[in-house]
Design a protein around this ligand. Structure first.
Ligand code: ASP
Length: 330
């Protein structure tokens, strides 16, 4: 019996998992390196041989499109190495769901790719990062994790990139998958997978491997009672190729703002209606005649994930019907 452990590449980007608490009760994210995070969990040697690469040193509120492209390129390079069994990305929790969904559509691989973060800094009382990291490596090293798309591991749960959302500012159980549920559970490295996702990803993604130098500008406009059209008009003036409406209810917005959206769509800007409720589907042609106005609906994607898919979609087409198709596949 061979005792060789699977080879896992850790791509470190910062976040609270690499954070250090200060005396006044606050903390700074992204203080520790990937190597330091690994050194804090010696039990990882029982699971895998891990090499770390520092891709960024940020709180994930500073994640952006150019860093996504860099991270995707580094991850794809690791995944293309036949010696590498899987990739783990340490990442802040604020934008983890966006990065996970982006990689889910940008990477061409059947190998496990797992994003992991923490809600408490590494130097806090009872940090959650070390166990999260242990569980994430266990999942990345697990052959049964192949072909499930990009996963997020935290708080003993395994989430699909498409489904996961941060839902609480501080609690360890912040990540939820409100629409379609968990990908599985992981308890001290012991893994229980549930059913696979039915939405396309990685090997079936027509965007992967992603080969673009930049992503088109897409803005999000948040709806509320009394929303004016000014920010929609401003996004068009600023050259946005797409606008995502974080709509009230099932992707609704005021009549004035809707007129702005219809004019934007008429001018060739892709306009997607999503919901800020945190759950449920935004369907076509319910209270709003999307066919007539030339609008696109996000289905279950939250506004920030709808933005990710719209950016990727706009690298291929600006035809609203084609873009709508992406929201039905991914
Ligand atoms: N602001 C931090 C970040 O996203 C929060 C965290 O990691 O939990 O980097």
């Amino acid at each position: 019996m061979s005792s060789a452990k699977p080879s896992i590449r850790l791509l470190a980007t910062g976040g609270t998992i690499a954070g250090a608490q200060n005396a006044s009760g606050g903390y700074a994210a992204a203080v520790m390196s990937g190597d330091e995070l690994l050194a804090a969990v010696p039990q990882l040697a029982n699971l895998a041989q891990i090499t770390a690469e520092q891709v960024a040193h940020i709180g994930s509120q500073d994640m952006d499109e150019s860093l996504w492209l860099k991270l995707a390129a580094r991850a794809q390079m690791a995944l293309d190495d036949p010696a590498v069994a899987g990739v783990v990305v340490t990442h802040g929790t604020d934008t983890m769901e966006e990065t996970a969904y982006f990689l889910n559509l940008a990477l061409r691989t059947d190998k496990p790719v797992v994003l992991v973060g923490a809600m408490r800094p590494a130097t806090a009382i009872s940090p959650d990062g070390p166990m999260n990291l242990f569980n994430a490596v266990a999942v990345a090293a697990e052959p049964a994790a192949k072909n499930r798309g990009v996963l997020v591991v935290a708080n003993d749960e395994i989430h699909f990139a498409r489904e996961v959302a941060k839902t609480n500012t501080t609690q360890l159980g912040t990540f939820k998958s409100p629409n379609r549920g968990l990908a599985g559970r992981v308890n001290r490295g012991r893994i229980h997978f549930f059913g696979p996702t039915v939405r396309a990803h990685t090997m079936a993604s027509e965007f992967a491997p992603l080969a673009v130098a930049e992503l088109p500008r897409v803005e999000i406009v948040h709806a509320f009672a009394g929303l004016r059209r000014d920010l929609i008009d401003a996004a068009v003036r600023l050259g946005a190729r797409g606008i995502v409406i974080a709509g009230v209810g099932a992707g609704n917005l005021s009549s004035a703002a809707l007129r702005g959206c219809a004019e934007a769509a008429h001018a060739g800007v892709a306009v997607v209606r999503s919901s800020l409720t945190g759950g449920g589907v935004v369907e076509r042609n319910i209270e709003i005649n999307d066919d007539e106005l030339g609008l696109i609906v996000a289905e279950e994607l939250n506004p920030q994930k709808a933005r990710v898919l719209l950016m990727l979609g706009l690298t291929r087409t600006s035809d609203p019907a084609q873009l709508q198709r992406f929201f039905q596949i991914y």
